[in-house]
Design a protein around this ligand. Structure first.
Ligand code: AMP
Length: 401
């Protein structure tokens, strides 16, 4: 089956066209700055042929239109007719408690997706815009929603409950959900596959470190805990999100700045994290370069980022009563030997020893970076959320359980 995957953000859309029989990506691309000046589409075919486009992209409708145009372009495309797209798979961030699994999007589901907007007001509306545009431009083609929250649905109640009156959970579904599920699912399964082990017998900690970051404890293939919560704001320090914080800080800053609820939400999501501490940027490459140049606040941001990750790793070893494998993925996890070293250095008492040379040289490739005598394996596995979305889409369309 040939599946178009769409990951639709507020100002960017990532797409990939995947043959699920061979698991091969036929082409992929990214449209950035939608609705802002300087909109850009970059497209790359599996054989390396690339192109850029920037015309007529003003909103999500025109973005999907351009993607479809390029897929059938005689020079840069990979199909000759849009009928060759068997299905479209959409990444959806938050399902609340409404959807526990991927779904075929029909009229009823479409309505229900709108009801999920309140759970992720910063993400869900953009995801839905991608769906609406795709339903409009490809009538008759099945569309499937694959949720970031699904992999974490079997988290135990004591891991997902907040310390708030129970009726807020019962009546308003306020609980921890977790995100980046397709990524944690993919790298945990891929790690077991590479090691030739049954995932059911493994305890794995997966660290998805990108502009948004989260960590998951995967025991016997089940995510038993993860660092993001009701929203993707909880947990690790991120590019611009504060992660775990004393709620008292929110009241105090909101009071000092006279913030409305929306302004406070925006502040803790967009002006904090690595960027807030460093006062420079959310880009970890630049933070590392500045820290190297002796910038105190850049180094501090790097230390807070790695220290918090270290604490979560140690906590999840406790939660699972051990760990066999730790996996790093995402832009930072795959590329930053500095973060990996600062995080896992000095954890030999917990059985974690890095191979310093392998760690230093590994960039975005499937590699084991632990020392030969390390009881815990440490691996780098590039993220491939699109493949999971495509496989899920194919499974749902074919009606398989
Ligand atoms: P993602 O959200 O997964 O695309 O990851 C984006 C983050 O990865 C940004 O903070 C980048 O600066 C970071 N990143 C990408 N390459 C590197 C690198 N070589 N070293 C450190 N951070 C990197």
């Amino acid at each position: 089956m040939k599946v178009l995957t769409i990951n639709s953000g507020s100002s960017s859309v990532k797409y990939q066209f995947i043959d699920t029989d061979t698991k091969q990506s036929l082409c992929k691309g990214l449209i950035e700055r939608i609705g802002i000046s300087g909109t850009n589409l970059t497209h790359k075919r599996h054989d390396g042929i690339k192109t850029k486009a920037s015309d007529n992209i003003t909103d999500h409708e025109s973005t999907i239109e351009q993607i479809l145009k390029i897929l059938v372009n005689p020079k840069y495309g990979v199909i000759s007719d849009l009928k060759e797209i068997d299905a479209v798979g959409h990444r959806l961030v938050h399902a609340g408690e409404k959807f526990k699994h991927s779904v075929l999007i029909d009229e009823e589901v479409r309505e229900e997706l709108y009801e999920c907007i309140e759970y992720a007001p910063l993400h869900n509306p953009a995801n839905i815009k991608g769906i609406e545009a795709s339903l409009d431009k490809l009538p008759g083609t099945p569309n499937v929603g694959v949720f970031d929250t699904t992999f974490h649905v079997n988290m135990p109640d004591y891991a997902y409950m907040y310390g708030i009156p129970y009726n807020y959970y019962k009546n308003h579904s306020i609980r921890r959900y977790g995100f980046h599920g397709t990524s944690h699912y993919y790298v945990s399964h891929r790690a077991a596959e590479i090691l030739g082990e049954d995932i059911k017998s493994l305890k794995i900690i997966t660290c998805h470190l990108g502009n948004g970051s989260s960590i998951a404890a995967v025991k016997g293939s089940v995510s038993v805990d993860t660092s993001m919560g009701f929203t993707p704001l909880e947990g690790l320090l991120m590019g611009t999100r504060c992660g775990d914080i004393d709620p008292g800080v929110i009241f105090t800053i909101a009071g000092k700045e006279n913030f409305t609820i929306d302004q406070a939400n925006n502040f803790f999501n967009k002006q904090c994290g690595v960027q807030g501490i460093s006062g420079l940027t959310n880009d970890m490459r630049e933070i590392e370069a500045e820290a190297e140049n002796g910038n105190y606040r850049a180094l501090l941001a790097l230390k807070v980022f790695s220290y918090r990750l270290k604490k979560y790793i140690a906590a999840y070893i406790g939660v699972m009563n051990g760990v066999d494998v730790i996996v790093f993925t995402g832009g930072i996890g795959e590329n930053s030997d500095v973060v990996r070293n600062m995080t896992l250095g000095n954890m030999d008492a917990l059985g974690i020893k890095l191979d310093v040379k392998k760690n230093k040289t590994t960039r975005s490739s499937e590699t084991t970076i632990s020392a030969g005598d390390s009881p815990v394996k440490v691996m780098v596995i590039p993220a491939n959320e699109e493949l999971v979305i495509a496989m899920e889409t194919s499974r749902i369309v074919m009606g398989k359980e």
